[in-house]
Design a protein around this ligand. Sequence first.
Ligand SMILES: [Ca+2]
Ligand SMILES: [Ca+2]
Length: 211
Amino acid sequence: MTQKNKLSSLLAFTVATVALSLAAGQATARVVFIDDPFGGGGSSPAPAPGAPPAPPPPPAPTLTISPVSQAEADAGTNIFNFQIDLSRVVSGGVTFDIRTIAGTAGNDDFTQRTLVGQSFGATADTLSYTFSVAVMGDLAFEADEFFTVRLDNFSASGRPLEGFEEATGTIVNDDTQPVSNDVPEPASSALAGGALLALALARTIGRRKPR
Ligand SMILES: [Ca+2]
Ligand SMILES: [Ca+2]
């Protein structure tokens, strides 16, 4: 008989009811989840009588993604590298989908990108993963702009995990504000022009002869 349990909000697993046989003088026995997707799996023999208790299982792994804040550049593409780290090795690795989401920065500012079924973390030398986003450089003065990189659809050993992670990409403006070429007419000059116009009109009216 089996039943479905939940361990925190992260991991769903199956528990089987088994019969344990204790040797004479043995007070404790170790129970191992043989389908633990986080690396604690594999059956192991019960400790010998008198042996110290087994160490506690490792904590559930966590995924983190770091934000990137980088100058825009003035031409071509500028690569923003988002690093995703897994807290520890997971048997079989973890898989996830990753994508960009437009914010104040849109299609004119960076190349939208979606990858599905990415995997890493099965060995100690694969605990980091890099997701690269191409940002387009230009010479236009503008405010800093933002987009989001989101990971979701996590799974480990084919089992889905809940939650998602996000990080912000900040495209830092590196262009200078242009100086305006429009030179405003001085107020005194405008007033003088208006006064001259009024004087000319007065003279024209004054020269009209009565009919
Ligand atoms: Ca620029
Ligand atoms: Ca710009």
